[in-house]
Every structure is written in C-alpha cells, then in structure tokens.
Design a protein around this ligand. Structure first.
Ligand SMILES: Nc1ncnc2c1ncn2[C@@H]1O[C@H](COP(=O)(O)OP(=O)(O)OP(=O)(O)O)[C@@H](O)[C@H]1O
Ligand SMILES: [Mg+2]
Length: 374
C-alpha cells in the first residue's frame, strides 16, 4: 500500500489528527515510494551497456521539534515501501556497527575501509532509514561524509529524521568548519523537509498524566501501562505480547529490555539498578529510547547504597539525553534516599528528577548536546 493511502486511512479512522505539515511530507514520501518501487526501465540492459546506471531516487531529511510525527511517518513509509532490500536503523547503533565493520576490514586490508563498508551496506539495502540522526564528534562526521557519498553513489536512498535543521547540526561545536562539508553534502544530496507544526503530539498523548507516581502498586502500574499504550499505539488487549529486545550496550554486551516499542522502554528498578550495571549500559538506554518507564522504585537507605549510586548514574544519563522519565516509586524524589552514603550527590539527582517533570524539560528533543563539549 502507498503511504499516501495509508495516511488517509488513518486520518479517516480518527487515529491521526489532520496536520498540514505532515500532509505535505506524506506527499513527498509517497512519490519517493513510487520511484523506489518502479520497475527498472525498459531497455535497462542497453542503458547499462551504454554505461548509464538507473538514477538513485533522492533521499529525504526530515527535521522538526519533538513529537511532530517524524518517526511515525518514517516508520509508516518504511513499512509501506514494497521492496526487498530495505533497512531501518537507529542512528547511534548504526554508527557503532560501522565502526565495528571498519575495524574488521582494517584487519583484512590496510587500505581505506569505507568503500568496502559502503559496498556491503549497499548490497543489503537500497533504502536506508535512520531515526534520530545526530553527529556529535568530528571523527564520526568525517566518516559519515565519506560513507554517505559512497552509499549514494552505490545507489542507496537515505531517509533520515533529526530534531535539527542541517545548518544547526553540531551547532557551536569546536572546529565546526571541519563539519561544514558534511552539512553541505546533506543539503546537496537530500531533500530537506521541515516537519515542525505547532503540535507536540507526544506531549498531547501524555496529557496531564503525572510522570512520577507514588506509591508503587496496582494503580500506578495501571496508569503507567495506559500511558505506554497511548504513546506506542499498542492495543492494550494484546498486553501479554509487547515485544522485548536485546539492546546492544557496546563491547559485545547485551541487555534485555523487557518491553520496548517505538522508542519507549519499560524496566523494573531491580533490573536497572540491583544488577551489576554501569554508565555504559545507562548511556546505551538513554541514546536508544526517548521515553523510559521505571516501575518499583523503593525508598533507598544505607543498606542499598549501591543501588542508590547506580540510580544516580542512571538519572544522569537519562537527563543528559533528555529522555522522558515516567516512574512509579514509594516516595517523591526528595524522600527517596533519606540517609546513606552519597546522600550529597543524591541531591543533584533529586533536583534533576524534579526538573524532568517540568513542561520545559518534557518539550526538549531527545539527545545530548554533546557537540559543545567535543
Ligand atoms: N497527526 C497526528 N495525530 C495524532 N497523533 C500523532 C500525529 N502525528 C504523530 N502522532 C503521535 O505523536 C507521537 C509522537 O510522534 P513521533 O514519535 O513520530 O514524533 P517525532 O517527531 O519523531 O518526535 P522526536 O523528535 O521526539 O523523535 C506518536 O505517538 C505518534 O503516533
Ligand atoms: Mg522520533
């Protein structure tokens, strides 16, 4: 089915609200879908003999504020496009795997690994969708410039989302001039589309739902699962089958996320903070999910100072990446850790937890402002 028809269907069913900015983008995605699905032109063999490759359809870069529907439209597009070789990747995980493949190639061959990596990617996909593109350091920017150029030459169409207009990628970062070629490449090779209407639909779906529920128990669990279903459009009657994933947390390690859907994850406090976990696990979570729901946060004390210390690290990571936190706990943040080692450091966590409940925080885009620190 074409995305235009699918979108219209959802509007008619009242599942989506009419939105002019989205409609304009759906039109573009629809025509891109048509080009991607078009059979190779007649006589293509002759063309190939004449040295002409079929043209790669131009990709898209959708940018805009949080909750505007970028990921939703990209997912819908991805599902609609009826071709075999397509892939959808979360940008951060994609970069990790590119680094891994570059390492592997270097072991085999001392030359430049990027053409090999691009060739392998192009064999697997002629449509590559990335959600939440951020490039936060020069090394990645340099790799991306060359990799994107190659991928496009190899016939890959790139569709990506971002909270920023290309000119503001890596804004105020050190040595920004080194980054400019990548920005120019994006502007030249991709169709830049704003999806920046007035409504933050995610905020609307959160409604006035409280983000910090006290105490733990049936009422809190029910409220949080309702919010989960609202945020993910998951049918509540199918609650037993919410997908889980194995999240790659780097260095070849994995972490099980018991419920994970559309950028929203659900964890128990136990799984997050009672097991031997550390900053790299929490950063992987913070990068991967825009919303995290934690249930079963107990009142902590001297006997569980390790849990308290991990919780501090966890909240720092979520805060840094502007992750929306919804939680069920046995106390308000300022009553969570009444005494114990590290009580002083915990004050910062309390203050962050309070800030994370504010309208201003909830309106921020997912992702860290790493650029300025590099
Ligand atoms: N037109 C609409 N009517 C109703 N709900 C919508 C509409 N568009 C998007 N939504 C819902 O709003 C929520 C947020 O959308 P989405 O996750 O796509 O935002 P986003 O632009 O990717 O935000 P972010 O920049 O934070 O990643 C989703 O639950 C989505 O289904
Ligand atoms: Mg998104």
């Amino acid at each position: 089915m074409r995305i235009g028809a699918r979108y219209a269907e959802m509007l008619d069913a009242g599942e989506l609200k009419p939105d002019a900015a989205q409609a304009a983008i759906v039109e573009k995605l629809d025509s891109l879908q048509e080009r991607l699905e078009a059979p190779p032109p007649r006589g293509s063999i002759l063309w190939r003999l004449a040295g002409r490759k079929p043209e790669t359809p131009q990709g898209l870069y959708m940018w805009g504020g949080v909750g505007r529907g970028k990921s939703m439209l990209m997912d819908m597009f991805y599902e609609c496009v009826d071709i075999q070789r397509k892939q959808r990747r979360h940008f951060h995980e994609f970069m990790l795997s590119v680094h891994g493949q570059m390492r592997d190639w270097r072991e085999k061959d001392p030359g430049d690994p990027i053409p090999h990596v691009a060739r392998a990617l192009a064999e697997d996909a002629r449509l590559l969708c990335f959600d939440e593109m951020v490039v936060s350091n020069m090394a990645d920017a340099a790799i991306m410039s060359r990799l994107f150029t190659r991928l496009i030459e190899e016939g890959v169409t790139i569709v990506t989302t971002s909270n920023r207009i290309p000119d503001d990628l890596y804004k105020d970062g050190l040595n920004r001039h080194l980054f400019v070629p990548f920005i120019e490449l994006i502007k030249e090779k991709l169709d830049i589309l704003a999806l920046d209407g007035p409504v933050d639909y995610r905020r609307q779906r959160l409604g006035n739902a409280e983000t910090w529920l006290v105490p733990n128990g049936e009422a809190a669990t029910r409220a949080l699962s309702d919010t989960f279903f609202r945020l993910t459009d998951y049918p509540p009657e199918d609650r037993e089958n919410v997908p889980s994933i194995e999240l790659d947390v780097g260095a070849g390690r994995k972490m099980k996320v018991p419920k994970a859907l559309k950028g929203v994850a659900v964890f128990s406090f136990k799984r997050l903070c009672a097991e031997a976990r550390g900053a790299s696990d929490y950063l992987a979570i913070a990068r991967r999910f825009h919303t995290v729901i934690i249930v079963g946060i107990p009142v902590l004390g001297p006997h569980n100072r390790n849990e308290a210390a991990r919780f501090v690290t966890l909240i720092d990571a979520l805060y840094e990446y502007k992750v929306k936190l919804l939680a069920a706990a046995d106390a308000q943040p300022d009553g969570l850790y009444p005494e114990g080692d590290g009580k002083f450091e915990f004050e910062r966590t309390v203050s962050r937890l309070m800030e994370m409940q504010s309208e201003e925080y909830l309106a921020l885009g997912h992702g860290a402002e790493e650029a300025a620190n590099n």
